[in-house]
Design a protein around this ligand. Structure first.
Ligand code: PMP
Length: 435
Protein backbone atom coordinates (compact mmCIF):
# COMPACT_ATOMS: atom_id res chain seq x y z
CA UNK A 1 0.00 0.00 0.00
CA UNK A 2 0.80 3.67 -0.07
CA UNK A 3 1.86 4.76 3.41
CA UNK A 4 3.32 8.15 2.47
CA UNK A 5 2.38 11.23 4.51
CA UNK A 6 0.86 13.47 1.90
CA UNK A 7 1.65 17.16 1.50
CA UNK A 8 -0.58 19.94 2.79
CA UNK A 9 -1.50 23.00 0.72
CA UNK A 10 -3.28 24.85 3.52
CA UNK A 11 -1.13 27.96 3.32
CA UNK A 12 -1.74 28.29 -0.43
CA UNK A 13 -5.45 27.84 0.20
CA UNK A 14 -5.48 30.56 2.86
CA UNK A 15 -3.43 32.98 0.76
CA UNK A 16 -5.70 32.52 -2.28
CA UNK A 17 -8.67 33.28 -0.05
CA UNK A 18 -7.04 36.49 1.16
CA UNK A 19 -5.80 37.47 -2.29
CA UNK A 20 -9.37 37.24 -3.59
CA UNK A 21 -9.91 40.62 -1.96
CA UNK A 22 -7.66 42.14 -4.61
CA UNK A 23 -7.59 39.66 -7.50
CA UNK A 24 -10.76 38.03 -8.91
CA UNK A 25 -10.56 34.49 -7.58
CA UNK A 26 -7.10 35.24 -6.23
CA UNK A 27 -5.51 34.71 -9.67
CA UNK A 28 -4.61 36.54 -12.90
CA UNK A 29 -5.59 33.99 -15.56
CA UNK A 30 -8.71 31.85 -15.84
CA UNK A 31 -6.50 28.82 -16.44
CA UNK A 32 -5.37 29.17 -12.81
CA UNK A 33 -8.87 28.87 -11.38
CA UNK A 34 -10.53 25.65 -10.32
CA UNK A 35 -7.29 23.81 -9.66
CA UNK A 36 -7.55 20.85 -7.26
CA UNK A 37 -7.08 20.93 -4.30
CA UNK A 38 -6.42 24.71 -4.54
CA UNK A 39 -4.62 27.14 -6.86
CA UNK A 40 -1.05 27.13 -5.57
CA UNK A 41 1.05 30.03 -4.38
CA UNK A 42 4.77 29.80 -5.17
CA UNK A 43 7.81 31.20 -3.50
CA UNK A 44 10.69 30.16 -5.76
CA UNK A 45 11.70 27.65 -8.38
CA UNK A 46 14.92 26.07 -9.60
CA UNK A 47 15.73 23.34 -12.11
CA UNK A 48 12.92 20.76 -12.09
CA UNK A 49 11.50 22.01 -8.80
CA UNK A 50 8.85 24.44 -7.60
CA UNK A 51 8.74 25.55 -3.97
CA UNK A 52 5.34 26.63 -2.73
CA UNK A 53 4.01 28.75 0.11
CA UNK A 54 3.61 25.69 2.35
CA UNK A 55 7.31 24.92 1.97
CA UNK A 56 6.60 21.94 -0.30
CA UNK A 57 9.12 21.00 -2.98
CA UNK A 58 7.29 19.86 -6.09
CA UNK A 59 8.72 18.20 -9.19
CA UNK A 60 7.27 20.36 -11.94
CA UNK A 61 5.84 19.06 -15.22
CA UNK A 62 3.66 22.14 -15.60
CA UNK A 63 6.70 24.25 -16.45
CA UNK A 64 4.71 27.46 -16.64
CA UNK A 65 2.50 25.76 -19.26
CA UNK A 66 5.52 25.06 -21.43
CA UNK A 67 8.08 27.88 -21.41
CA UNK A 68 10.53 26.51 -18.85
CA UNK A 69 12.18 24.06 -21.25
CA UNK A 70 15.60 24.63 -19.66
CA UNK A 71 14.12 24.15 -16.20
CA UNK A 72 13.44 26.93 -13.72
CA UNK A 73 15.94 29.76 -13.35
CA UNK A 74 18.39 28.53 -15.99
CA UNK A 75 21.82 29.94 -15.23
CA UNK A 76 22.66 31.08 -18.76
CA UNK A 77 19.38 32.96 -19.09
CA UNK A 78 19.65 34.55 -15.66
CA UNK A 79 23.16 35.77 -16.49
CA UNK A 80 22.16 37.16 -19.87
CA UNK A 81 19.22 38.97 -18.32
CA UNK A 82 21.34 40.42 -15.53
CA UNK A 83 23.89 41.67 -18.04
CA UNK A 84 21.16 43.27 -20.16
CA UNK A 85 19.58 44.89 -17.08
CA UNK A 86 22.84 46.71 -16.63
CA UNK A 87 22.30 48.36 -20.02
CA UNK A 88 18.65 49.36 -19.75
CA UNK A 89 15.20 47.87 -20.14
CA UNK A 90 12.97 49.39 -22.79
CA UNK A 91 14.38 51.72 -25.42
CA UNK A 92 11.35 52.43 -27.58
CA UNK A 93 13.52 51.45 -30.50
CA UNK A 94 15.77 48.74 -31.83
CA UNK A 95 18.77 47.16 -30.18
CA UNK A 96 21.52 44.73 -31.12
CA UNK A 97 20.09 42.07 -28.82
CA UNK A 98 16.82 42.18 -30.79
CA UNK A 99 18.70 41.73 -34.08
CA UNK A 100 20.60 38.80 -32.61
CA UNK A 101 17.38 37.14 -31.44
CA UNK A 102 15.79 37.65 -34.86
CA UNK A 103 18.74 36.15 -36.69
CA UNK A 104 18.79 33.12 -34.39
CA UNK A 105 15.07 32.56 -34.90
CA UNK A 106 15.32 32.81 -38.66
CA UNK A 107 18.04 30.19 -38.56
CA UNK A 108 15.90 27.75 -36.59
CA UNK A 109 12.32 27.66 -37.87
CA UNK A 110 12.16 26.48 -41.51
CA UNK A 111 9.34 28.93 -42.35
CA UNK A 112 11.22 31.91 -40.92
CA UNK A 113 12.65 34.50 -43.29
CA UNK A 114 11.40 37.41 -41.21
CA UNK A 115 10.15 37.72 -37.65
CA UNK A 116 7.86 40.11 -35.77
CA UNK A 117 8.01 39.99 -31.98
CA UNK A 118 5.09 40.43 -29.61
CA UNK A 119 4.56 39.79 -25.91
CA UNK A 120 2.05 36.95 -26.08
CA UNK A 121 0.92 34.22 -28.42
CA UNK A 122 -2.61 35.63 -28.43
CA UNK A 123 -1.38 38.89 -29.94
CA UNK A 124 0.90 37.22 -32.46
CA UNK A 125 -2.07 35.21 -33.74
CA UNK A 126 -3.99 38.44 -34.32
CA UNK A 127 -1.10 39.93 -36.28
CA UNK A 128 -0.93 36.80 -38.44
CA UNK A 129 -4.66 36.83 -39.18
CA UNK A 130 -4.56 40.50 -40.10
CA UNK A 131 -1.60 39.95 -42.39
CA UNK A 132 -3.36 37.02 -44.07
CA UNK A 133 -6.50 39.09 -44.67
CA UNK A 134 -4.50 41.99 -46.02
CA UNK A 135 -2.59 39.78 -48.44
CA UNK A 136 -5.55 37.76 -49.69
CA UNK A 137 -8.25 40.42 -49.53
CA UNK A 138 -10.51 37.72 -48.05
CA UNK A 139 -12.28 37.65 -44.70
CA UNK A 140 -12.85 34.09 -43.56
CA UNK A 141 -10.56 32.20 -41.19
CA UNK A 142 -10.68 28.43 -40.71
CA UNK A 143 -9.67 26.86 -37.40
CA UNK A 144 -10.13 23.46 -35.78
CA UNK A 145 -11.97 21.82 -32.91
CA UNK A 146 -9.95 21.80 -29.70
CA UNK A 147 -7.12 23.94 -31.08
CA UNK A 148 -6.31 26.99 -28.96
CA UNK A 149 -4.99 30.22 -30.42
CA UNK A 150 -5.39 32.62 -27.51
CA UNK A 151 -8.25 34.13 -25.59
CA UNK A 152 -9.53 36.75 -28.06
CA UNK A 153 -13.03 36.88 -29.55
CA UNK A 154 -12.24 35.84 -33.11
CA UNK A 155 -10.38 32.64 -32.27
CA UNK A 156 -12.02 31.38 -29.06
CA UNK A 157 -14.35 29.09 -30.98
CA UNK A 158 -14.63 25.33 -30.93
CA UNK A 159 -17.46 22.84 -30.44
CA UNK A 160 -19.25 21.86 -27.25
CA UNK A 161 -17.50 19.04 -25.38
CA UNK A 162 -20.68 16.98 -25.65
CA UNK A 163 -21.36 14.49 -28.47
CA UNK A 164 -25.05 15.41 -28.67
CA UNK A 165 -24.35 19.12 -29.15
CA UNK A 166 -21.20 19.25 -31.28
CA UNK A 167 -22.68 18.25 -34.63
CA UNK A 168 -21.24 15.61 -36.97
CA UNK A 169 -17.60 15.62 -38.01
CA UNK A 170 -18.54 17.06 -41.37
CA UNK A 171 -20.78 19.73 -39.84
CA UNK A 172 -19.46 20.91 -36.47
CA UNK A 173 -21.69 23.31 -34.55
CA UNK A 174 -19.41 26.19 -33.54
CA UNK A 175 -19.58 27.28 -29.93
CA UNK A 176 -18.13 30.43 -28.41
CA UNK A 177 -15.69 29.98 -25.56
CA UNK A 178 -16.81 32.57 -23.02
CA UNK A 179 -19.55 34.81 -21.79
CA UNK A 180 -19.23 38.28 -23.23
CA UNK A 181 -17.78 37.14 -26.54
CA UNK A 182 -18.66 39.17 -29.63
CA UNK A 183 -20.83 36.77 -31.60
CA UNK A 184 -20.18 38.77 -34.77
CA UNK A 185 -16.54 37.70 -34.51
CA UNK A 186 -17.79 34.15 -34.97
CA UNK A 187 -19.19 34.96 -38.41
CA UNK A 188 -15.66 35.30 -39.76
CA UNK A 189 -14.28 32.08 -38.35
CA UNK A 190 -15.28 28.56 -39.31
CA UNK A 191 -14.55 25.51 -37.19
CA UNK A 192 -13.59 22.23 -38.85
CA UNK A 193 -12.82 18.78 -37.45
CA UNK A 194 -9.07 18.23 -37.45
CA UNK A 195 -7.14 15.44 -39.12
CA UNK A 196 -9.54 14.94 -42.03
CA UNK A 197 -8.06 16.15 -45.27
CA UNK A 198 -11.27 15.72 -47.24
CA UNK A 199 -13.00 18.34 -45.06
CA UNK A 200 -10.19 20.87 -45.59
CA UNK A 201 -10.04 20.28 -49.34
CA UNK A 202 -13.79 20.65 -49.67
CA UNK A 203 -13.94 23.88 -47.65
CA UNK A 204 -10.93 25.59 -49.22
CA UNK A 205 -12.08 24.85 -52.75
CA UNK A 206 -14.59 27.69 -52.50
CA UNK A 207 -11.62 30.07 -52.67
CA UNK A 208 -12.81 32.52 -50.02
CA UNK A 209 -10.64 31.53 -47.06
CA UNK A 210 -7.95 34.02 -46.06
CA UNK A 211 -6.13 31.78 -43.59
CA UNK A 212 -6.20 28.33 -42.14
CA UNK A 213 -4.71 28.17 -38.66
CA UNK A 214 -3.90 25.02 -36.71
CA UNK A 215 -1.61 23.51 -34.14
CA UNK A 216 0.33 21.21 -36.52
CA UNK A 217 0.38 18.65 -33.73
CA UNK A 218 -2.55 19.32 -31.41
CA UNK A 219 -1.10 19.85 -27.95
CA UNK A 220 -3.72 21.95 -26.16
CA UNK A 221 -6.25 19.15 -26.13
CA UNK A 222 -4.35 15.91 -26.05
CA UNK A 223 -0.98 15.57 -27.76
CA UNK A 224 -1.94 14.28 -31.15
CA UNK A 225 0.11 13.84 -34.31
CA UNK A 226 -1.39 14.76 -37.63
CA UNK A 227 -2.47 11.71 -39.63
CA UNK A 228 0.03 10.54 -42.25
CA UNK A 229 -0.11 12.90 -45.21
CA UNK A 230 -2.51 15.32 -43.54
CA UNK A 231 -0.17 18.31 -43.20
CA UNK A 232 1.21 17.74 -46.69
CA UNK A 233 -2.33 17.64 -48.06
CA UNK A 234 -3.36 20.76 -46.16
CA UNK A 235 -0.24 22.53 -47.46
CA UNK A 236 -1.21 21.62 -51.04
CA UNK A 237 -4.84 22.58 -50.61
CA UNK A 238 -3.83 26.00 -49.24
CA UNK A 239 -1.30 26.66 -51.99
CA UNK A 240 -3.82 25.73 -54.66
CA UNK A 241 -6.31 28.44 -53.69
CA UNK A 242 -3.99 31.02 -52.12
CA UNK A 243 -5.07 30.48 -48.53
CA UNK A 244 -2.38 31.47 -46.03
CA UNK A 245 -1.37 28.43 -43.97
CA UNK A 246 -0.55 29.33 -40.36
CA UNK A 247 1.02 26.85 -37.98
CA UNK A 248 0.55 27.80 -34.34
CA UNK A 249 3.69 26.35 -32.77
CA UNK A 250 3.40 28.23 -29.47
CA UNK A 251 3.67 24.92 -27.62
CA UNK A 252 5.60 22.78 -30.11
CA UNK A 253 8.09 25.40 -31.32
CA UNK A 254 11.61 24.91 -29.89
CA UNK A 255 10.20 22.01 -27.89
CA UNK A 256 9.66 19.04 -30.19
CA UNK A 257 12.75 20.03 -32.19
CA UNK A 258 14.81 23.17 -32.79
CA UNK A 259 12.51 23.89 -35.72
CA UNK A 260 9.20 22.70 -34.28
CA UNK A 261 6.74 20.29 -35.86
CA UNK A 262 7.36 21.85 -39.28
CA UNK A 263 10.95 20.67 -39.16
CA UNK A 264 10.17 17.24 -37.72
CA UNK A 265 7.51 16.53 -40.31
CA UNK A 266 8.96 18.52 -43.16
CA UNK A 267 5.94 20.69 -43.98
CA UNK A 268 6.52 24.43 -44.21
CA UNK A 269 3.66 26.84 -43.52
CA UNK A 270 3.43 30.42 -44.78
CA UNK A 271 3.37 31.86 -41.26
CA UNK A 272 4.24 30.41 -37.87
CA UNK A 273 3.29 31.59 -34.41
CA UNK A 274 5.87 30.95 -31.70
CA UNK A 275 6.08 31.72 -27.99
CA UNK A 276 6.58 29.88 -24.70
CA UNK A 277 9.85 27.88 -24.96
CA UNK A 278 11.54 30.65 -26.96
CA UNK A 279 12.40 32.74 -23.90
CA UNK A 280 12.44 30.61 -20.72
CA UNK A 281 9.48 32.36 -19.11
CA UNK A 282 9.98 35.92 -20.32
CA UNK A 283 6.96 37.27 -22.22
CA UNK A 284 8.10 36.74 -25.80
CA UNK A 285 6.05 35.48 -28.73
CA UNK A 286 5.72 36.45 -32.33
CA UNK A 287 5.26 35.37 -35.88
CA UNK A 288 7.67 34.35 -38.56
CA UNK A 289 7.13 33.75 -42.24
CA UNK A 290 8.18 34.18 -45.78
CA UNK A 291 9.69 37.54 -46.63
CA UNK A 292 7.12 38.26 -49.33
CA UNK A 293 4.35 38.09 -46.73
CA UNK A 294 6.08 39.49 -43.67
CA UNK A 295 7.47 42.52 -45.45
CA UNK A 296 3.89 43.74 -45.88
CA UNK A 297 4.20 44.96 -42.28
CA UNK A 298 6.82 47.40 -43.52
CA UNK A 299 5.97 48.07 -47.16
CA UNK A 300 4.12 51.38 -47.17
CA UNK A 301 3.24 50.49 -43.55
CA UNK A 302 0.16 48.85 -44.97
CA UNK A 303 -0.45 46.27 -42.28
CA UNK A 304 -0.51 47.71 -38.77
CA UNK A 305 1.07 45.83 -35.91
CA UNK A 306 2.31 47.46 -32.74
CA UNK A 307 3.09 46.82 -29.10
CA UNK A 308 4.88 48.90 -26.47
CA UNK A 309 6.78 45.88 -25.21
CA UNK A 310 7.57 44.20 -28.53
CA UNK A 311 11.26 43.19 -28.48
CA UNK A 312 11.83 44.64 -25.01
CA UNK A 313 15.52 44.22 -24.38
CA UNK A 314 15.40 41.97 -21.30
CA UNK A 315 13.04 39.60 -23.07
CA UNK A 316 15.32 39.61 -26.11
CA UNK A 317 18.35 38.78 -23.97
CA UNK A 318 16.38 35.85 -22.54
CA UNK A 319 15.48 34.78 -26.09
CA UNK A 320 19.08 34.83 -27.28
CA UNK A 321 20.32 32.89 -24.25
CA UNK A 322 17.51 30.34 -24.51
CA UNK A 323 17.91 29.72 -28.22
CA UNK A 324 21.68 29.39 -27.89
CA UNK A 325 21.24 26.84 -25.11
CA UNK A 326 18.71 24.91 -27.17
CA UNK A 327 20.96 24.97 -30.24
CA UNK A 328 23.91 23.60 -28.29
CA UNK A 329 24.76 20.05 -29.35
CA UNK A 330 22.89 17.41 -27.41
CA UNK A 331 20.09 19.47 -25.89
CA UNK A 332 17.29 17.90 -27.92
CA UNK A 333 18.79 14.43 -27.53
CA UNK A 334 18.72 15.03 -23.76
CA UNK A 335 15.10 16.20 -23.86
CA UNK A 336 14.10 13.22 -25.99
CA UNK A 337 15.90 10.67 -23.83
CA UNK A 338 14.53 12.03 -20.58
CA UNK A 339 11.08 12.52 -22.01
CA UNK A 340 11.08 8.98 -23.37
CA UNK A 341 12.10 7.58 -19.97
CA UNK A 342 9.29 9.53 -18.31
CA UNK A 343 6.73 8.63 -20.95
CA UNK A 344 7.60 4.94 -20.70
CA UNK A 345 7.55 5.10 -16.90
CA UNK A 346 4.13 6.74 -16.90
CA UNK A 347 2.83 4.22 -19.42
CA UNK A 348 4.03 1.20 -17.47
CA UNK A 349 2.88 2.58 -14.09
CA UNK A 350 -0.61 3.10 -15.51
CA UNK A 351 -0.61 -0.38 -17.03
CA UNK A 352 0.68 -2.00 -13.83
CA UNK A 353 -2.13 -0.33 -11.88
CA UNK A 354 -4.64 -1.69 -14.35
CA UNK A 355 -5.71 1.82 -15.42
CA UNK A 356 -7.31 2.24 -18.83
CA UNK A 357 -5.30 5.06 -20.39
CA UNK A 358 -3.38 6.13 -23.46
CA UNK A 359 -0.04 7.95 -23.44
CA UNK A 360 0.49 9.81 -26.71
CA UNK A 361 2.52 12.62 -28.20
CA UNK A 362 6.18 13.56 -28.13
CA UNK A 363 8.67 12.73 -25.37
CA UNK A 364 8.92 16.50 -24.74
CA UNK A 365 5.15 17.03 -24.48
CA UNK A 366 2.90 14.06 -24.07
CA UNK A 367 -0.66 13.47 -22.95
CA UNK A 368 -2.34 10.95 -20.70
CA UNK A 369 -5.78 10.06 -22.03
CA UNK A 370 -7.24 8.71 -18.80
CA UNK A 371 -10.06 6.29 -19.53
CA UNK A 372 -9.26 6.06 -23.26
CA UNK A 373 -8.79 2.64 -24.88
CA UNK A 374 -7.31 3.80 -28.18
CA UNK A 375 -4.96 6.64 -29.13
CA UNK A 376 -7.01 9.80 -29.71
CA UNK A 377 -7.25 11.12 -33.28
CA UNK A 378 -8.90 14.45 -32.60
CA UNK A 379 -10.81 16.56 -30.10
CA UNK A 380 -13.83 14.29 -30.28
CA UNK A 381 -11.80 11.40 -28.90
CA UNK A 382 -10.28 13.57 -26.16
CA UNK A 383 -13.63 14.60 -24.70
CA UNK A 384 -14.25 10.96 -23.86
CA UNK A 385 -11.44 11.03 -21.27
CA UNK A 386 -12.31 10.48 -17.61
CA UNK A 387 -11.59 14.03 -16.47
CA UNK A 388 -12.82 13.60 -12.91
CA UNK A 389 -10.77 10.43 -12.51
CA UNK A 390 -7.67 12.14 -13.86
CA UNK A 391 -8.11 15.11 -11.52
CA UNK A 392 -8.24 12.63 -8.62
CA UNK A 393 -4.97 11.20 -9.90
CA UNK A 394 -3.25 14.58 -10.39
CA UNK A 395 -4.39 15.68 -6.93
CA UNK A 396 -2.96 12.50 -5.39
CA UNK A 397 0.24 13.10 -7.38
CA UNK A 398 0.49 16.66 -6.12
CA UNK A 399 0.08 15.39 -2.57
CA UNK A 400 3.11 13.19 -3.34
CA UNK A 401 5.20 16.09 -4.61
CA UNK A 402 4.61 16.05 -8.38
CA UNK A 403 2.76 18.78 -10.26
CA UNK A 404 1.20 18.06 -13.66
CA UNK A 405 -1.54 19.75 -15.65
CA UNK A 406 -5.05 18.50 -14.92
CA UNK A 407 -5.89 18.42 -18.59
CA UNK A 408 -3.48 15.55 -19.24
CA UNK A 409 -0.36 17.18 -20.68
CA UNK A 410 3.14 16.59 -19.28
CA UNK A 411 5.94 19.02 -20.20
CA UNK A 412 9.57 18.11 -19.61
CA UNK A 413 12.74 20.19 -19.28
CA UNK A 414 16.42 19.49 -19.78
CA UNK A 415 16.76 19.51 -15.97
CA UNK A 416 14.55 16.50 -15.27
CA UNK A 417 17.32 13.93 -14.87
CA UNK A 418 16.90 10.20 -14.41
CA UNK A 419 16.74 10.44 -10.61
CA UNK A 420 13.97 13.05 -10.78
CA UNK A 421 12.07 10.96 -13.29
CA UNK A 422 12.39 7.81 -11.21
CA UNK A 423 11.16 9.68 -8.14
CA UNK A 424 8.22 10.88 -10.25
CA UNK A 425 7.31 7.34 -11.29
CA UNK A 426 7.46 6.16 -7.67
CA UNK A 427 5.09 8.98 -6.72
CA UNK A 428 2.81 8.09 -9.61
CA UNK A 429 2.66 4.47 -8.45
CA UNK A 430 1.75 5.67 -4.96
CA UNK A 431 -0.89 8.02 -6.33
CA UNK A 432 -2.42 5.27 -8.47
CA UNK A 433 -2.45 2.89 -5.49
CA UNK A 434 -4.23 5.51 -3.36
CA UNK A 435 -7.20 5.92 -5.73
N1 PMP B 1 -1.46 29.25 -29.28
C1 PMP B 1 -1.21 28.11 -28.62
C2 PMP B 1 -1.02 26.83 -29.39
C3 PMP B 1 -1.11 28.11 -27.22
O1 PMP B 1 -0.87 26.97 -26.58
C4 PMP B 1 -1.27 29.34 -26.53
C5 PMP B 1 -1.17 29.41 -25.03
N2 PMP B 1 -1.38 28.26 -24.33
C6 PMP B 1 -1.53 30.49 -27.28
C7 PMP B 1 -1.61 30.41 -28.64
C8 PMP B 1 -1.72 31.81 -26.62
O2 PMP B 1 -0.51 32.27 -26.12
P1 PMP B 1 -0.49 33.32 -24.90
O3 PMP B 1 -1.03 32.61 -23.71
O4 PMP B 1 0.97 33.67 -24.79
O5 PMP B 1 -1.32 34.49 -25.31
Amino acid sequence: GDSIVTLSFQHSRDRIQLASRYLPGGVSSNFRLGISPTPLVFDHAEGPYLHDADGNRLIDYYLGMGPMILGHKPQAVVEAVQAQLGKGILFGGQSEVEFEAAELLCGMLPSAERVRFSSSGSEAVQAALRLARAITGRGTIVKFEGHYHGWLDNVLWSVAPAPDRMGGEAAPVPQSGTAGQDDLAGQRVEVLSWNRLDLVEERLARGDVAALIMEPAMCNTGAIFPAAGYLEGVRQACSKVGTVLIFDEVITGFRVSAGGVQQRLGVTPDLTIFGKAVASGFPVAGLVGKAALMDEFAAGRKVMHGGTYNSQSIAMAATVATLKALKAPGSYEKLEQRGARLMEGVRSALAAAGATATVTGFPQIFHVGFGLKAAPRNYRDIIATDRAGYVRLTTALLERGVRVLERGAWFISTEHDDAVIDETIASLKGALASL
